[in-house]
Design a protein around this ligand. Structure first.
Ligand SMILES: *Cc1c(COP(=O)(O)O)cnc(C)c1O
Length: 442
């Protein structure tokens, strides 16, 4: 198969626990299904929607990953966003190794946490103070708790197709893996929790106004560039409208920048669009490929968090030394030149895909470092539009791309993540593969 290479014979012999087994890919998928629901630890990894078993990965380097059968792929998933420097970046790996040698966890304060917090505060325009967590789910859940405490209100407004982690109250019409697998938001979620979540339509001002005026809203939470229904940027002035409408109705504006933070610009979407939220949720890039996330905002809000204030929030591994080391190593590399380069790479990918879109039922959507190819003949501006895509054509495309050594998100409702480890050659290989694949899809 063209472009699909075997791993180098000089690849180091793996001595990592659990990585010496001799099962085939299919054998391993069967073994996995017996002990892990669906064979995976997170639904987006299952590849059922593109008609195959999940791939098991052995290793990654730069923009390439290698599965256990030795097939190497150009990776556009990047662990779903964190790996903006690519796989096994030597600087990140060395920082983590050094931190591990000094102790993997203390359950006590460390200087490195302070340093990472200072780096975040220096970057994110609206953030003066943060509380770290281990996952974006916890950070979003905690930001909502804080907003409810500050406003004394209960209702949360979110957008259809937006994902804010899997906390009960935030799962309504949550896009991403739920949309991919057609999972309804009901089971396991109480009626009371559902009643406290109101869903509005992205890029639809009337639906936002109705939600804010019809309820006592504690927080409106938004991905400032929607990226879990595929990439759908805000329409002109939409984020300004959210800022104004929440201010007028006394609701807090929460930007979930778990994907956009440190990616679409150094200071996230709030810098790119010049709109400051009341609270910000961060994750993914913040941990540089290890588990770290955070929520933050002005001191006056954040000092309500325990032990400074009365809103309880905690975590055994929050601010973990290894994750903090990876975060510092990653953020430290993201200077203006890095963003210029990320923009250049995104533009090259976009331009090439733009040529392929011509005359086909495809829509190209993007933001710096993020791209989605929607299999649809109409423009996509919200989740309803995204949900009308031709998922079968998308699945055929993903399988064709895998055969050509390109690993895409196995879902229509996700972004391709551009990293600084991609280069002109890997983009051109991807575009060639896309051109051949599309010939066979339509
Ligand atoms: C991934 C994601 C989350 C959840 O983060 P986890 O670390 O997976 O819990 C929250 N919000 C957005 C926008 C995300 O993309």
């Amino acid at each position: 198969m063209a472009g699909l290479s075997r791993s180098a014979p000089t690849a180091p012999k793996l001595t990592v626990p659990g990585r010496g087994a001799t099962d085939s890919q299919a054998g391993l998928a069967g073994r996995a299904r017996r002990v892990l629901p669906g064979g995976v630890n997170s639904p987006v990894r299952a590849m059922g929607r593109v008609g195959r078993d999940p791939l098991f990965m052995d290793r990654g380097s730069g923009c390439r990953i290698t599965d256990r059968e030795g097939h190497t792929y150009i990776d556009w998933v990047g662990s779903w966003g964190p790996l903006i420097l690519g796989h096994a970046d030597p600087g990140v790996v060395e920082s983590v190794r050094a931190a591990a040698g000094l102790g993997t966890s203390f359950g006590a304060a460390t200087e490195a946490e302070v340093e990472l917090a200072e780096m975040v505060v220096a970057r994110m325009p609206s953030v003066e103070m943060i509380r770290m967590t281990s996952s974006g789910t916890e950070a979003a859940m905690s930001a909502v708790r804080l907003a409810r405490a500050i406003t004394g209100r209960d209702v949360v407004v979110k957008f259809a197709g937006a994902y804010h982690g899997h906390a009960d109250g935030l799962l309504a019409e949550a896009g991403s893996g739920m949309a991919t697998h057609g999972v309804p938001s009901g089971p396991g979620i109480t009626a009371a929790q559902s009643a406290e979540t109101v869903v509005a339509d992205w890029n639809d001002r009337e639906s936002v106004a109705a939600a804010l005026e019809g309820h006592r809203v504690a927080a409106l939470i938004a991905e400032p560039v929607a990226a879990n229904m595929g990439v759908v940027p805000p329409g002109p002035g939409f984020l300004d409208f959210l800022r104004q409408a929440t201010r007028e109705t006394g609701a807090m504006l929460v930007f979930d920048e778990v994907i956009t933070g440190f990616r679409v610009a150094r200071g996230g979407a709030q810098e790119l669009y010049g709109v400051e939220p009341d609270l910000t949720v961060m994750g993914k890039i913040l941990g540089g490929g290890l588990p770290a996330a955070a929520f933050g905002g002005p001191v006056a809000h954040m000092e309500r968090v325990a032990p400074a204030g009365d809103v309880y929030q905690a975590g055994t591994l929050s601010g973990n030394p290894l994750a903090v080391a990876a975060g510092i190593a990653t953020l430290g590399r993201l200077d203006p030149a890095a963003y210029a380069r990320l923009g250049e790479l995104t533009d090259r990918l976009k331009a090439g895909l733009g040529d392929l879109v011509e005359g086909r039922p495809l829509q190209l959507s993007s933001a710096p470092g993020l791209v989605t190819l929607f299999f649809s003949d109409h423009p996509v501006s919200n989740f309803r539009d995204a949900a009308r895509c031709d998922l079968e054509a998308h699945a055929r495309f993903c399988r064709q791309m895998l055969d050509r050594g390109v690993y895409l998100p196995p879902s229509q409702f996700e972004a391709w993540f551009v990293s600084l480890a991609h280069d002109e050659a890997s983009i051109d290989h991807t575009l060639e593969a896309a051109s051949d694949s599309l010939e066979r899809v339509f």
